[in-house]
Design a protein around this ligand. Structure first.
Ligand code: MG
Length: 374
């Protein structure tokens, strides 16, 4: 196959306003997020887009993602053959030790180009979809809980049945009161999950989690700090409710350690933690071998990145617990996609168009652009 040479690379930061504040154990997003977009073009005139969704308290900073893409990746990306994705991503991993969001953005743009070049959707490039739709989870995370309650009827009417309650950013009593209220107002079939985002201290996490178990969550996510894997293992052994590791498992090495310690029953897999779909699927494979199921997590992403993640989930057997990719329509004031993010009956509908299967709207990109590097 003839080479598909990358001839230009544009890196942009976009400041994306959110509809409402969102709190979680590790911090609050109050007014907006800064995401980093990469646009690659080839000698055949094909364009591919990728998005990095950094959060300074979780994965890294937007400034670091810009630096990785513009300064460190550009020299070997421009001039490279886009068909050689693994080789390019290997160079990216060698060039920069962290900045997983920048690596995810680069990989996403490369798959977008290759898919468009050969007329294949991303899920086919990953082995083909096992699921035509992926169930969505909504996070209950507004610091003003009444606002979340007001939004519930419309979400239930849209078919949403998975809800993740963000806990650990206020008092334990307030968390229990929110859970009690949600169980009162939600239909019985609603699947409630709880995510502490590292918000509990280790020493009294167990009694607090036993209180939470009374509300029958499907799983409890990351109650204690990321580096406290041994404590996670003790909690996983003591609780009846499955324990999920999110911040404790960024990459395949973390996953192997978590398996060895039995630190969790479930893993949250996110392309912006692990540096792309390749390492994310390696985590899912390690988990599968250990009997651990995975959930598709997200950062504050537009529809572009959410669709990359959704296509990966559709094509990865062991990411079987749904996903939380509702940001573009529910949390962001406006998405950057030309068409609405495809959701029906509470599930993402996986598209069959080439590449990522979605198109960015250049006017929206321009509207929210704060800086660019060509
Ligand atoms: Mg989480």
């Amino acid at each position: 196959m003839a080479a598909l040479t990358i001839t230009s690379m544009t890196v942009r930061t976009l400041r994306l306003p959110v509809r409402s504040a969102r709190s979680q154990g590790v911090g609050t997003v109050a007014d907006g997020v800064t995401n980093v977009f990469v646009e690659l073009t080839t000698d055949a005139g094909i364009t591919g887009w990728g998005e990095a969704a950094p959060w300074a308290v979780f994965t890294g900073t937007a400034e670091a993602a810009v630096g990785a893409l513009h300064v460190h990746f550009r020299p070997f990306v421009v001039g490279a053959d886009a068909f050689r994705i693994e080789e390019i991503m290997g160079r990216a991993r060698q060039a920069v030790v962290h900045s997983p969001e920048a690596k995810a953005a680069l990989e996403m743009a490369l798959y977008d180009i290759v898919g468009r070049a050969i007329g294949a959707p991303l899920h086919v490039l990953l082995g083909g979809k096992l699921r035509d739709t992926v169930p969505l989870s909504i996070s209950i995370a507004n610091p003003d809980f009444e606002k979340d309650l007001e939004a519930l009827p419309a979400l239930l009417a849209d078919g949403l049945r998975l809800f993740k309650v963000k806990t650990g950013f206020s008092t334990h009593a307030a968390d229990l009161a929110r859970l009690e209220r949600l169980r009162e107002v939600m239909p019985d079939e609603v699947d409630l999950r709880v995510d502490f985002n590292q918000g509990l201290d280790c020493w009294d996490a167990l009694p607090k989690l036993r209180d939470v178990e009374a509300f029958a969550p499907t799983f409890i996510e990351q109650p204690v700090p990321a580096d406290k894997m041994e404590v996670m293992a003790d909690l996983a052994a003591a609780l009846d409710t499955p324990l999920m590791a999110d911040e404790s498992v960024f990459d395949p090495t973390d996953a192997l350690r978590a398996v060895g310690l039995r630190a969790a029953d479930l893993f949250s897999v996110k392309i912006h933690k692990s540096g792309g779909m390749g390492p994310a699927r390696a985590i899912a494979a390690i988990a599968e071998a250990a009997g651990i199921a995975c959930y598709g997590g997200s950062m504050f992403e537009t529809g572009l990145s959410c669709m990359a993640g959704a296509q990966m989930i559709a094509a990865t057997r062991n990411i079987s617990l749904g996903c939380e990719f509702y940001q573009p329509t529910y949390y962001l004031a406006e998405d950057v996609l030309a068409a609405p993010f495809p959701v029906a009956n509470g599930e993402i509908v996986i598209p069959d168009g080439p590449g990522l299967g979605v198109e960015v709207d250049p006017d929206r990109i321009a509207k929210y652009e704060t800086a660019r590097w060509d």
